[in-house]
Design a binder for this molecule. Structure first.
Ligand SMILES: *Cc1c(COP(=O)(O)O)cnc(C)c1O
Length: 385
């Protein structure tokens, strides 16, 4: 079969199973609204948990950095791409997250690939939650270490797997807030296990940074956890309103990543304006936790209204899944909501396991109380029988 035909048939098969994805072409209205084909929709599908992607202080920092430093860093960090803007952002994040040192990566995806492949070699053993984000899975595979996936949030299974391993280097990797369920990993128990078994604990806080803990310092801060074994990955593309990712850890870990994380060493440094945006977001949250408190209010309101309506609201985070089951039913529900002016994504395989398709509502400080009320009403009225 000609190569291109194979691909076309692959896409056709996805279409038949209702799994073909299509991109929407949107123009951003405000943090909580998008415009599609001239029609405004209230956006409950983004990750802009604090509305910072539209904050004037972040935009001003980006503009000033472009005027000062230009639009690109024009080199990888170890050559001439590490500018003052990057250095300042790293120091600000280390202080914010209360870690000795931080490093700025191109994205969360690049960070997780780089960390895992740098910490784990062929003789190492990586342990990952079955529901971890794709980039933690890919990072473990790229490292060529032995890779064990344990059942979701199952501390006993993880303990057994660590106990059975004879590898000299062990790395446990987990989402802090799971991206499709909004539940939180049992990080205190996991850290205790890592202490006992001499393992690193890599915590991906993509959905916790800016959302959890005082001033949005993240899930580890919300639990009061600190340790030399902890490696925190926090993406900038979600609550922090920009792009890129920080990794924060003890000094020897960060220095090793500077030397050996291939997605750091062999990739152009972020544009200085992106680093400046990150620093501005962190300074803003340090000074004023109003956006974080506003988000917490929306989450509380959502939980109360959903329970009143007889729908479950199991998550205390910005991610609120509504389980449906069949992909086609989730899609139909999402379409009915769209007809009423709400953008709520239907999440299907391969993003979630078969039979667990769902609506995924993402709450933001940028939503008004009326937005949240209106969505709960629409959910009730369009709920499939
Ligand atoms: C979004 C996400 C990432 C990837 O971060 P990017 O900066 O978008 O590349 C990693 N892990 C989790 C859990 C995520 O949700």
């Amino acid at each position: 079969m000609p190569l291109a035909r194979r691909l076309a048939e692959g896409v056709a098969a996805l279409e038949d199973e209702g799994l073909r994805r299509r991109r929407r072409v949107l123009s951003a209205g405000t943090a909580a609204r998008v415009v599609e084909g001239g029609r405004e929709l209230v956006n409950f599908s983004g990750n802009d948990y604090l509305g910072l992607s539209r904050h004037p202080a972040l935009a001003a920092a980006a503009h000033a950095a472009i005027d000062r430093d230009g639009t690109g860093a024009a080199a990888s960090p170890l050559v001439t791409g590490h500018l003052e803007a990057h250095e300042r952002a790293e120091q600000a994040f280390a202080r914010f997250a209360r870690f000795p040192r931080a490093l700025l990566f191109a994205s969360g995806y690049a960070a997780n690939l780089g960390i895992l492949a740098a910490l784990a070699d062929r003789e190492a053993h990586v342990f990952g939650d079955r529901l971890n984000h794709a980039c933690l899975v890919d990072g473990a595979r790229l490292s060529r270490a032995e890779f064990t996936r344990y059942p979701h949030n199952d501390v006993d299974a993880l303990a057994g797997a660590l106990q059975a391993s004879t590898a000299a280097v062990k790395v446990v990797a987990t989402d802090a807030v799971f991206s499709m369920d909004g539940d939180v990993a049992p990080l205190a128990a996991m850290l205790a296990l890592c202490e006992r078994h001499d393992a690193w604990l890599l915590v991906d806080d993509a959905h916790g940074i800016g959302v959890m803990g005082p001033h949005g310092r993240g899930t580890l801060a919300s639990l009061g956890l600190a340790s030399e074994r902890l490696i925190l990955m926090a993406t900038l593309g979600k609550a922090l309103g920009g792009y890129g990712a920080f990794v924060a850890a003890a000094e020897p870990v960060i220095e090793w990543l500077v030397q050996r994380a291939r997605t750091y060493v062999f990739s152009t440094a972020l544009p200085p304006s992106v680093a400046a945006t990150a620093e501005a977001a962190i300074r803003l949250l340090e000074k004023d936790d109003a956006p974080v408190r506003a988000l917490r209010q929306r989450i509380g309101q959502w939980q109360a209204r959903m329970r009143e309506t007889g729908l479950a609201a199991p998550s205390d985070t910005g991610i609120q899944p509504i389980l449906v089951g069949e992909a086609s039913r989730a899609v139909a529900w999402s379409q009915a909501l769209q007809a009423r002016g709400f953008l709520v994504a239907a999440i299907r395989p391969p993003t979630v396991p078969k039979g667990t398709s769902r609506l995924r509502v993402a709450l933001s400080a940028a939503h008004s109380a009326a937005d949240v009320d209106a969505l709960v009403d629409a959910l009730r009225e369009t709920r499939p029988a």
